[in-house]
Unconditional design. Structure first.
Length: 258
């Protein structure tokens, strides 16, 4: 059974990821202040909404990786190669947040912005950074799967590893397809009806729904491990993947999730 994360373990096992999660959370405060002061809209949404969503999503993602780092092989955690890789991942995350926040300050789009050569080049570079930062879940998932000394029950061990790996695979499919399109909508909204909080369209296909589910595989799939059955974990992983891909297919057909 996983114990509640002790701060000392988070800092000793994943100092870069733990520090980054704290930094992202703290830097969301001035963004929140900006959102209260600056009431401009972009595409019918507050300009600071997207940066705040990114700060929330990436802080949860990187904090989760920091927690799961305790199950990595000890030799990997202390290796120079891992420290360099963790630093590269951190750089890519910070670059993404700066890009999204900077675009918001100018009242322009950060994603799907190919109006000129410069914006198109930066957008492509941010896509590469997104793959790199998401690859951390794949690298950790494989390493944990191969680590026989996690101290975890077999089912939970498998669930954590599969959840991390599926986060990368499913996100790569959903986000990769979405980035190759002119926008996250499949269809043209007429009334602009959206789901509250997440903002997904209620009129046309919205690929952000599948992207959201894909990025949370590392939170959902491990829960099946608490049953104590590896068979249930495999079944849960298959079901979660099928549901996510079903939502993805629904979006591609131009149909809203709700």
């Amino acid at each position: 059974m996983i114990a509640l994360p002790a701060p000392s373990r988070l800092w000793s096992d994943a100092p870069v990821f733990s520090g980054l999660a704290l930094f992202i959370a703290l830097t969301a405060v001035p963004l929140l202040a900006a959102a209260l002061i600056d009431t401009r809209l972009f595409l019918d949404a507050p300009v600071w909404q997207k940066p705040l969503q990114f700060h929330l999503a990436l802080s949860v993602y990187i904090a989760t990786l920091a927690f799961f780092a305790r199950f990595l092989p000890h030799g990997m955690i202390t290796s120079r190669g891992w420290r360099i890789y963790a630093g590269v991942v951190a750089f890519c995350i910070i670059a993404e947040l700066v890009w999204v926040g900077g675009a918001a300050s100018y009242g322009t789009a950060s994603h799907f912005n190919t109006d000129d050569v410069v914006m198109g080049t930066i957008y492509g570079l941010m896509g590469l950074f997104a793959v790199i930062l998401t690859s951390a879940s794949l690298v950790m998932g494989i390493a944990i799967w191969r680590n026989p000394a996690t101290g975890l029950p077999p089912a939970l061990h498998l669930g954590i590893a599969l959840g991390l790996i599926l986060t990368f695979v499913l996100t790569l499919i959903a986000a990769g397809t979405m980035s190759s399109m002119p926008g996250h909508w499949v269809g043209t909204p007429i009334t602009g009806a959206k789901l509250p909080i997440v903002g997904w369209s209620r009129e046309v296909g919205d690929l952000r729904a599948a992207h959201f589910f894909a990025t949370h595989a590392l939170h959902v799939v491990p829960l099946a491990g608490f049953t104590g059955s590896r068979a249930v974990v495999w079944a849960g992983a298959v079901i979660f993947s099928a549901v996510t891909m079903g939502i993805f297919a629904l979006g591609l057909m131009g149909l809203p999730l709700i």
